[in-house]
Design a protein around this ligand. Sequence first.
Ligand code: NAD
Ligand code: MN
Length: 434
Amino acid sequence: MLSEVAEAGQADVDAAVAAARRAYDKTWSKMSGEGRAKYIFRIARLIQERSRELAVLETLDNGKPIRESRDVDLPLVAAHFFYPAGWADKLEFAGYGPDPKSLGVAAQVIPWNFPLLMLAWKVAPALACGNTVVLKPAETTPLTALAFADICQQAGLPPGVVNIITGAGETGRMLVEHPDVDKVAFTGSTEVGKAIQRAVAGTKKKLTLELGGKAANIVFDDAPIDQAIEGIVNGIYFNQGHVCCAGSRLLLQESVADEALASLKRRLTTLRLGDPLDKNTDIGAINSSMQLTKIEELTASGEAEGAERWSPTCAIPDKGFWFPPTVFTNVTQAHRIAREEIFGPVLSVLTFRTPEEAVAKANNTPFGLSAGIWTEKGSRILWMASQMRAGIVWANTFNRFDPTSPFGGFKESGFGREGGVQGLGAYLNVEDPS
Ligand code: NAD
Ligand code: MN
């Protein structure tokens, strides 16, 4: 066991919301943008200074490889504080009118796949825009959020501006349903997102939802195959596939399908699965026994429905929750593994003949978060991107994140944008720009 964490009840939730309200009324809403920026920049620098400690803690808590928490999560966390900090004193130039106003108290509930990064995506723009926050991390990964509370103290942030409460779904429900909350921001499952939308309906609370995905990663026959293979691997095996925008459906053009699959399988045999704290590890641990059960259940359905399963031979540690990188071929669009979010290191491969067929298959999903296109042809990239019903479209790359670029979904992947100028609108008293 790593740590014991308290479960916040109604009285704790009330106290946190009251503290956020007091800080909003007395301090934060009265402070100038320059004043807020000073604190947010200070937090960003402290994150950089403490990035080693935070990366190790994230890996211990979440199970992701240290190479990823050190080289991807932590640099992005800092970047996602620096970028909104720069906007705090320039909001009148953000395109929301001459004097855009904050909303008040933001209730924020985040998942376990990128614990500190999801905190950054939520807390930084809220503070930059002049709101105070109560944030609840996921029950399996609360530790870096608690370390972040320490950073806020170290930065001298006025009391009550950031409040972290721990607990599971019931605590989250109490928080988003609290009557003194002005804004709700949620990232997690579509099922819980829908429940939150119902709970918030008819109130004045502004809502953004970032839910699941089932992205198509589409490889055309003129694509640079070696680069595409790296992109496919990064697209679905990064963070054990616990990624909402993961490229979980690989669409291969028929004429290159055999060649691409053979290279992909060769590449997968080189991945190392094991100790997340070992810097040579590529595939870490599955976050929880619950998530492992979900992955096992869905992959079993893949075989039962007639798809063909393949994994490289790799040693699985005795202790802990592990799942080998897995590829399914002979997948049809009707299979559950082609429709449902697995949220694990499992790739479902389909083929297509024409660009039109690729578009139809890529969009044949209730989700619409992201898509990837691999082709040498610029005109095809532009045409495909315009056809994708997805919030983020990558061309000849995948899973590339940038704080200046808005992130968010279509359809059951949710609504509202995080990041970029668009993401500021989610924390201002203005019409949603997306
Ligand atoms: P979840 O949606 O249940 O949990 C996400 C967060 O919401 C956690 O902090 C949780 O405590 C909280 N929560 C749960 N019920 C709540 C409620 N009624 N009101 C308010 N907050 C509530 O997700 P999960 O159960 O951890 O994972 C299930 C599946 O969801 C995964 O297999 C995956 O498919 C998907 N998922 C998607 C994302 C994403 O980034 N989009 C993240 C995590 C999970
Ligand atoms: Mn759940």
